[in-house]
Design a protein around this ligand. Structure first.
Ligand SMILES: Cc1cc2nc3c(=O)[nH]c(=O)nc-3n(C[C@H](O)[C@H](O)[C@H](O)COP(=O)(O)OP(=O)(O)OC[C@H]3O[C@@H](n4cnc5c(N)ncnc54)[C@H](O)[C@@H]3O)c2cc1C
Length: 595
């Protein structure tokens, strides 16, 4: 028999000791009242959890409040997981305090570099065994708090390693194994317009669909949280129903448009929508996905979706990636697909992320005498933002406020988003120094980034430059577009948060159905910007009428698969005429396909 080392015995002893320690983990995203704080789940894959963000555009937001039950009274040490989001600067933008049972704890949070558990001190839990906790934002400048951990043991440090921390969270929160959902014929992950298009097309043709989205609202980039208007050819009636007006990007017209999207999708009785639900892994048997596991972004409760067919409409190609499908990210070399717009050597560059924002003219005081300064002139000093914004001055954000092209738009997404915040706040400081802008006020700033490009899942066919430029008449060309190839590059010069677009006009072309199912995973479709294309190939069809068309096509193919008990690939080989006749019924008149 092997002898057990003293270290192993010690580790076991410490583990047993800590498992018996009274402790409570409080996830801020599950607070009873969020006040003015918002739940931000965007960076779960890189920092481990959704968190609460004080998104106040420079005005402190209302306290988030919750009441927590403790297993026993007594004194507890506590740790707060937070970060200073501009660690390179001595001035800290997003500070906050914690109030326990109406008494403010003296420590200031949000001042530590990177996400860390900060051990603060001790608090007493009385005989009621409850504690009221409030997060008090001090600045309105994007302070953030992930969780608060209480333990009677001073050395019960929470784990730092992400994988370990995930397992630890589950244990501390008492999360049971995933609850199996009702049976669905099709599970669509990602509630952007591609996912919505897939769900509606499938549901209308009679199959049961689960639509999973990690935000509270549907629409993805077209939602009221991001506010991009839709472009491209409509072709199918569902695209027309889900598309938006052509308001300026970032406009509040997106609020009504989002209501329409919700109404169209939720009006389908065959669709069950799962908002605030984030997929985090898949289960597989042979070459098929058998289930997708998700968690609720507030409660962390897990649910499992088993189904014969799945659609990856996450934009980031998460489902394909977890299932081990071949994915691409970055730019192909010119000679790989003979693309004149590709670089000579392959690299990791993608198009970047954007935070849209705008301002509004408010009625205000006018200076009584010429030399008198109105009180509404000037703004808070945001020294931590100025080295990004420099002297830039604009009254609203535009598509070309774009950053992260040379970073990883998935794993560096928090840094990219925060860089845009600095550009916006620093720019606003500059704008407000100008007497002409005395009555301008920040109206809205997104905190959910609009993404353009990340992973692309490889299908049986990869759409490339020549398919768009030479527009061959693919027999399975069910998605059509006429929009330019539009590829973005960093603008260069002193403002690193700006981009420019390189447009190449083209004629109407078709995208083959074979770009919409994985070549490796037998029951996985993809729709939206993670479909099978090269970097250049994505340049035209990444707009949302086109991605909704992709949804309509895969939703329809899922119906064909269900009715004929076949795979997405079989649809190409054996059921193209059935696909065509189904899709033809949804086609709208040629003259209404354009805006
Ligand atoms: C600033 C900007 C301007 C643009 N301009 C235009 C324009 O004028 N017109 C136009 O049509 N297009 C425009 N585009 C491009 C277009 O918006 C995107 O290509 C488009 O969003 C693609 O749609 P999608 O459905 O594939 O992805 P998305 O809209 O990104 O939707 C993906 C959805 O999946 C969810 N999700 C992601 N991961 C998970 C997960 N693990 N579990 C559950 N849900 C998940 C996301 O929260 C999101 O709701 C622009 C993009 C940007 C950023």
């Amino acid at each position: 028999m092997k002898s057990i080392s003293i270290t192993t015995i010690l580790i076991l002893f410490v583990k047993i000791l800590f498992s018996q320690t009274s402790s409570v983990l409080v996830e801020t995203e599950n607070f009873d009242e969020k006040g003015g704080w918002v739940v931000d789940q965007q960076f779960t894959s890189s920092m481990g959890s959704p968190y609460l963000l004080a998104h106040g555009m420079g005005e402190p937001v209302e306290n988030a409040i919750t009441t927590v039950d403790f297993p026993e009274s007594g004194r507890y040490w506590f740790w707060v997981r937070t970060k200073d989001w501009v660690p390179t600067h001595p001035e800290t933008p997003g500070t906050f305090k914690i109030i326990f049972d109406n008494k403010e704890y003296p420590e200031t949070y949000g001042v530590n570099e990177d996400w860390q558990w900060i051990r603060s001190g001790r608090i007493k839990i009385g005989r009621s065994k409850t504690l009221k906790i409030e997060l008090k934002d001090e600045t309105g400048f994007e302070g953030r708090c992930d969780a608060i951990y209480f333990s009677k043991n001073k050395n019960d440090f929470p784990p730092v390693d992400l994988e370990e921390m995930t397992a630890w969270r589950k244990e501390k929160l008492g999360i049971p194994p995933p609850e199996l959902q009702d049976e669905f014929d099709l599970v669509v992950i990602g509630g952007g317009l591609a996912g919505c298009g897939a769900a509606v097309a499938a549901a209308r043709q009679g199959i049961k669909v689960a639509l999973i989205n990690d935000r509270p609202v549907l629409g993805g980039n077209a939602s009221k949280e991001i506010r991009v208007h839709t472009l491209g050819l409509k072709v199918y009636n569902i695209v027309e129903e889900l598309g938006t007006e052509h308001y300026p990007n970032g406009d509040s017209g997106a609020i009504a448009a989002n209501d329409t999207i919700e109404m169209v999708v939720r009006g389908e009785e065959n669709i069950t929508v799962f908002p605030n639900t984030r997929a985090f892994t898949v289960h597989k048997k042979d070459n098929k996905i058998t289930a997708v596991d998700c968690f609720h972004t507030h409660t962390h409760k897990e649910i499992r979706f088993e189904a014969p067919l799945f659609v990856d409409a996450t934009g980031d190609g998460w489902i394909g990636y977890w299932a081990g499908a071949e994915v691409r990210m970055g730019r192909e070399a010119r000679d790989e697909f003979n693309e004149s717009m590709a670089p000579e050597q392959p690299d990791n560059m993608t198009m970047g992320n954007t935070i849209l924002w705008n301002s509004v003219e408010v009625e205000g005081e006018t200076p009584r005498k010429f030399e008198e300064k109105p009180r509404t002139l000037g703004w808070k000093e945001v020294l931590w933002a100025m080295d990004v914004a420099k002297d830039y001055k604009a009254k609203r954000g535009e598509w070309f406020w774009e950053y992260g092209m040379l970073m990883n738009t998935i794993y560096d997404a928090e840094e990219i988003r925060d860089h845009m915040f600095r550009a916006i706040y620093g720019n606003w400081y500059n704008v407000k120094q100008d007497p002409e802008n005395a009555n301008l006020k920040l109206k809205w700033i997104a905190y959910v980034a609009g993404k353009r490009e990340s992973r692309r899942i490889v299908g049986d066919y990869i759409l490339k430059e020549s398919d768009i430029v030479n527009h061959p008449d693919f027999e399975d060309g069910f998605v059509e577009e006429v929009r330019e190839i539009d590829i973005h590059y960093p603008k260069g010069g002193k403002y690193d948060f700006l981009s420019y677009a390189d447009f190449t006009r083209i004629e109407r072309y078709k995208i083959p159905y074979r770009c919409f199912y994985s070549k490796d995973i037998d029951n996985l479709f993809m729709a939206g910007r993670c479909f099978s294309a090269t970097h250049v190939g994505l340049g035209s069809p990444r707009v949302m009428h086109t991605t909704t068309q992709m949804g309509v096509v895969v939703g329809t193919a899922a119906v064909v698969c269900t009715e004929n008990d076949c795979s997405p690939r079989d649809v190409y080989h054996s059921y193209l005429s059935e696909m065509k006749s189904r899709l033809d019924k949804m086609r709208i008149e040629e003259k209404t396909q354009m805006h």
